[in-house]
Every structure is written in structure tokens, then in C-alpha cells.
Design a protein around this ligand. Structure first.
Ligand SMILES: Cc1ncc(COP(=O)(O)O)c(C=O)c1O
Length: 363
């Protein structure tokens, strides 16, 4: 179907083209000067001591999980309301995932839910910062520290999102981001792993570079693989960094327009933002019991919609022998619709989307 309003659209132009051309002209395509420059910009942006790249957000999670060195049977507690990679990456790294439900208002897992799921084999928590706001990391870290549990944050959707002035992904031992095409800034595909721990950084360096501290040697003191990116991706990332202030301003405006236009319409429920958290909308999520019909009305008007995540505990290859019920995530999954927030969406188009929804509910 042809949409006149798409869910995702890239903000990419001559700025990125010029930087990519620089790599081509220099005849250097693998990690090199532009990767170094992008890494330095990301260290400033996040405030993290160590920044590493990975080919995508899922492999960033895999790398981070490997760096926590799970032993067979070690469990990681993960919110069930997330993207599939949040669960499969630690699983492939050797963890056993344990899923918990989320808060109906913020859609993120609460400290109490992590605490209630702790068992004798719990080694790690994985808070996931969903839809552009931060989890209650201060509460989650209090539980984790009290119980001696490591924390890896999935901040795939939360680059630039801060909680009380601190970047999501920097509260725990290790954090990851995605640079996929629908993220705040993108390199097409791309991932980032950050940590303040020198010890974890040493492990990451070896794991991502074939188990050796430097390329050019064939002695590999440690186990590792290749998680490098290309300088072409980094070049695009540097271009995106130039646009970041404008992107953030634009997303803030769209959040305001949607919030004002949809408040109190039909049975629509908007996501509540945790006190102290920024909101840098990844999409604009709404919840309604009439999701099917509303989605049809939007699609009929040429507006591409996206559903919410399907919970991890119900995924065919992840659910246990006995299907547990995690009702909040199940309800969100059945009732959620995401609306677009990309830069190319005009104010008039946001007004159109709001208009279709208001008319649908007779508002
Ligand atoms: C919460 C979350 N975790 C992980 C990922 C995986 O990132 P990637 O698509 O870059 O592999 C995504 C991607 O959308 C995500 O939303």
C-alpha cells in the first residue's frame, strides 16, 4: 500500500554525502578517522568513559551480554514489553532470560518488578528504556546494588534521553544503543556499547576485535569476534550529530502537538513520562481498546501505523513450558498504536493524523 504519511523517513542529505565522500576519497572504509571522531562525539554526548561500536543494536546487546561473562544457568531479568533482540542477544550469549511485566502508565519495568523476580541464579538486570523515556534507573540501581546484581541497560531507543540530567544507559555497568534507521540519529545499521568500567572496557575491546588488543597480529590471547563498523557508517553518524539539536527540537514539538491534540479523545490513553526523565519520542504511542478499527481508519487515510511490541514471554521460541501471564504487556500489545514523529512530517500532517483520530472517536 502507498502511504502519503510514512512511519519512518530518514533525515539524510548533502551533509552526510560530503562526509561519506571524504572516506571514499581517502580510500579508507573500515573503522578509521571518522569512527574515531564519531566515538569522541558520542563520549561527550553520553558522558560515558568508554564507547565502542557494534554492527547494530542487537549485536551491541550481544557484545554487552558476553562482557558480563554469564555462566550456564545465570539468569537475566528482562521486561517482556520490548523488542525481540533484547531477549535473544543475552540468550545467545549464555544467559537464561526471565521476563517481567511493565508499568501500565510508563510502559517501562519498575524497580519493584525487578526485585520481585530476583532468584538464586539472578546475575543481571536489563532495564529497557522504551519509546523515548528513561526507566526509574535510580530505583533499579538501588535494588541491584543491594543484591549484588549487574545491570546492562538496553537504551536502543534512548540516545539523548536523560534521567535527572544523566544519560540513559550510563546508570548500570554497561549500556547499549541502536543506530537503526528509525532511531533519533541513524547510520542505517549501527550499535553502540558504553561503560564506565575499565575492566569491562578491556573485555569489550578484546571481544569485538577477534580476541586481540590490536589488529595486525595473528596471536589471539582471548576469544573474540568481529564487531567492527565501517567508516562510511561513522561518516553518516557525524553528519547526524550536526543535525541533532534540530532533530531534538522537532521531536519535542511533535510530542507537544500530539499530546495536546489527542488528550481526552475517545478512550485514548497517552504514555505518562516518569518524573525527572526527558522525553525524546521514538514514536508517539497511544493506547485504545478500539485499536483495530482506529488502525484501519488511519491506514485508509494513507497514514502508516505501527503496532506495539508483542511480549517476549509469548514468543514461540522464548515462552516456557507453562505460559505465564504478564497482563499489562499483553494488553499494551493488543491496544497500542505508534504514530510517526520523523523530521519530514509537517505540522499540517500531524494535524491531519490528529484529525483522523478525533473524527474516528467523534471528538
Ligand atoms: C528496545 C530495542 N532493543 C534492541 C533493538 C535492536 O536494535 P537493532 O535494530 O539496531 O538491532 C531495538 C531496535 O529497534 C529496540 O527497539
Amino acid at each position: 500500500m502507498e502511504y502519503h504519511i510514512s512511519q519512518v523517513d530518514l533525515y539524510i542529505d548533502e551533509v552526510e554525502r560530503a562526509l561519506v565522500s571524504r572516506s571514499i576519497d581517502s580510500r579508507w572504509l573500515t573503522e578509521g578517522p571518522q569512527s574515531k571522531a564519531f566515538q569522541a562525539r558520542l563520549a561527550v554526548l553520553t558522558g560515558a568513559r568508554h564507547v565502542f561500536f557494534a554492527p547494530n543494536g542487537t549485536l551491541a546487546l550481544f557484545l554487552a551480554a558476553l562482557a558480563l561473562e554469564p555462566e550456564p544457568g545465570d539468569e537475566i531479568i528482562i521486561p517482556t514489553f520490548t523488542f525481540y533482540g533484547s531477549a535473544t542477544a543475552p540468550l545467545f550469549a549464555g544467559f537464561t532470560p526471565v521476563f517481567i511485566d511493565v508499568d501500565p502508565d510508563t510502559f517501562n519495568a519498575l524497580p519493584e518488578a525487578f526485585e520481585a523476580a530476583v532468584g538464586p541464579r539472578t546475575k543481571a538486570f536489563m532495564p529497557v528504556h522504551i519509546y523515548g523515556q528513561a526507566c526509574d534507573m535510580e530505583g533499579i540501581m538501588r535494588v541491584a546494588r543491594r543484591k549484588g546484581i549487574q545491570v546492562m541497560e538496553d537504551a536502543a531507543q534512548a540516545l539523548t534521553v536523560k534521567l535527572n540530567g544523566k544519560q540513559a544507559g550510563t546508570f548500570g555497568d554497561i549500556g547499549t544503543f541502536s543506530l537503526f534507521s528509525d532511531k533519533v540519529i541513524t547510520t542505517g545499521e549501527g550499535g553502540i556499547v558504553i561503560t564506565d568500567s575499565d575492566e569491562i572496557a578491556d573485555r569489550l575491546r578484546l571481544l569485538r576485535n577477534q580476541g586481540r588488543p590490536n589488529s595486525g597480529t595473528f596471536i589471539h590471547p582471548s576469544l573474540g569476534m568481529n564487531f567492527r563498523i565501517t567508516d562510511l557508517q561513522a561518516a553518516i553518524g557525524l553528519g547526524q550529530m550536526e543535525k541533532l539539536p534540530q532533530i531534538l527540537k522537532d521531536r519535542a514539538k511533535k510530542w507537544r502537538l500530539y499530546s495536546e491534540g489527542l488528550a481526552g479523545v475517545g478512550d485514548i490513553r497517552l504514555m505518562r513520562v516518569l518524573k525527572g526523565s526527558d522525553i525524546v519520542p521514538f514514536r508517539f504511542p497511544i493506547v485504545t481498546a478500539d485499536r483495530e478499527n482506529l488502525a484501519k481508519a488511519l491506514e485508509a487515510a494513507g497514514i502508516q501505523t505501527r503496532g506495539f511490541f508483542y511480549p517476549m514471554h509469548l514468543q514461540p521460541k522464548l515462552r516456557g513450558a507453562v505460559t505465564q501471564s504478564l497482563p499489562v504487556a499483553e494488553r499494551l500489545s493488543a491496544q497500542g498504536i505508534c504514530l510517526p514523529v520523523h523530521v519530514h512530517l509537517t505540522d499540517a500532517q500531524v494535524a491531519d493524523i490528529i484529525g483522523v483520530i478525533r473524527r474516528h472517536f467523534g471528538a
